[in-house]
Design a protein around this ligand. Structure first.
Ligand code: GTP
Ligand code: MG
Length: 185
């Protein structure tokens, strides 16, 4: 697929002239990896260490859609000041772009399950009325039991949500995510 990085920023966004989709979730949940997998190119930076992505990164897909990679939340080793910075950066981003954001992919680690900050994020997306789809990541690392538990938890907390299961390692979920991107934009 045709994709390129066009902007790395904390508060100055590109013109809102193309629909945009965003990948959010805990630090290390696999946002940047999933973007690379879905577009078939290593364009977003990935790391074993949480906290890799520090800025809001805009990619253009097929000259018509913004894909946005953002820093994750819940990274325990961050200072209070850094957490505050994350919060104001993300609040500013979502408030400024909410009209342009056609879909959020909310990533949830299949093994770790739904954490309090994930639940907060989902509540916030609902409050902002931004459509979102949950992606359970790293299913290759999870047992059948863990996968079902995470899925069950999601349903009991948030009702009947659309949930996509993904693994970058085993190549799962690409078709579903791409079709969600193209049908939302
Ligand atoms: N086994 C397995 N590992 C994965 C998968 N997806 C990502 N990873 C690994 O998880 C780690 C974190 O991946 P990233 O894509 O950098 O995570 P991120 O959510 O962008 O993290 P931040 O930028 O810190 O917010 C890397 O070591 C990846 O190789 C997957 O589907 N399966
Ligand atoms: Mg990242």
């Amino acid at each position: 697929m045709r994709v390129k990085l066009i902007k790395t920023t904390v508060r100055e966004f590109p013109p809102a002239d193309k629909p945009e989709v965003v990948f959010v979730g805990r630090s290390n949940v696999g946002k940047s990896s999933l973007i690379n997998y879905v577009v078939g190119r290593n364009i977003a930076r990935v790391s074993k260490q949480p906290g890799r992505t520090r800025t809001i990164n805009f990619f253009i897909l097929e000259d018509k859609i913004y894909l946005v990679d953002v820093p994750g939340y819940g990274f325990a080793k961050r200072s209070k000041e850094e957490r505050e910075k994350w919060k104001s950066m993300m609040e500013n981003y979502f408030l400024e772009r909410r009209g342009n954001i056609k879909r959020v992919f909310q990533l949830i680690d299949s093994v770790a399950g739904v954490q309090p900050l994930d639940a907060q994020m989902i509540e916030w997306l609902r409050y902002l009325e931004i459509p979102f789809t949950v992606v359970m990541t790293k299913v290759d690392k999870a047992s059948q039991k863990e996968i079902s538990k995470t899925h069950r938890d999601l349903k009991s907390k948030f009702g009947d949500l659309k949930v996509i299961r993904s693994s970058v390692k085993e190549g799962k979920g690409k078709k579903e995510i791409l079709s969600e991107i193209f049908s939302s934009t």
